[in-house]
Design a protein around this ligand. Sequence first.
Ligand SMILES: Cc1ncc(COP(=O)(O)O)c(C=O)c1O
Length: 302
Amino acid sequence: MGREGLMGGLDAIGNTPLVAVELGGGPVWVKVEAANPTGSYKDRMALAMIEAAERDGRLLPGQTVVEYTGGSTGSSLAFVCAVKGYPLKIVSSDAFAAEKIRTMRAFGADVELIHSPDGITPRLIPAMVARAKEIADETGAFWTDQFNNTDMTDGYRRMGEEILEQVKSFDSFCGYVGTAGAFLGVTRAIKQRLPDLHRVAVEPAESAVLSGGAAGTHHIEGGGVGYWPPQLTRDDFDEVVAIPDAEAFASAREAARRHGIFSGPSTGANLAAARQVAARGRSVVTVQVDSGLKYLTGPLYA
Ligand SMILES: Cc1ncc(COP(=O)(O)O)c(C=O)c1O
């Protein structure tokens, strides 16, 4: 299917606003990615993964797509697959926001849940990966395999280019790391014009693997998966800031009340890290990863 005039909601992906917030210290700008159609920056990567696979024939018309996801990638994939007519099979967990599971189903995805009552444990993501691979092997579905998919990383470059159009110069970028796709795509694009960019990777303090700590259980959805993301190398960042669950949650709540930035725990972690870096007098860009609407029934806004 050509893109001309047939892409419905897909044409609303990207070109999101950038807003300034006062956190103390240097200036901080926040890229408002909740403005994407499913309320998260994952819409960018879902479209990039699907369209690259369409172009080179890995994905054929009507073929089933499969993925493991905490629900943000899944919501975006469900949206893109709905518009483009691909059946979607999702492996997720009840450790993630119920809103995300419902969103995937609203777009018509077939969602299988792995029970994980303690939260995002070190065992959970590997179990989800194994199940998605099993489904791909058994059914011949196209597995987008987000952690290893370089198309998704490239799909975030545009976000970096947009940031450069919106703020001409700044010192640092802070980004919460899950697959590291957004962090890598954005920082690579920015570094082309600002080669001295200070790249700050953000992770949960309770599972601070990038900082050299042990994998652990935490509640900052979307990252801290308990192992080193395969596309990220030590040369890809200049600093790691580890944020405790409680600080990420408090920061997300404060962002809603003080700045009108209504978002989830990973955005809270980004803003908490941005505050630390801005306190050194640096100018910082960070990201509102997704909308607080995805977290209304969970503990964050209870
Ligand atoms: C809510 C949320 N925050 C942050 C991230 C991290 O983004 P990335 O996978 O690009 O590193 C994700 C990814 O799943 C997410 O869902």
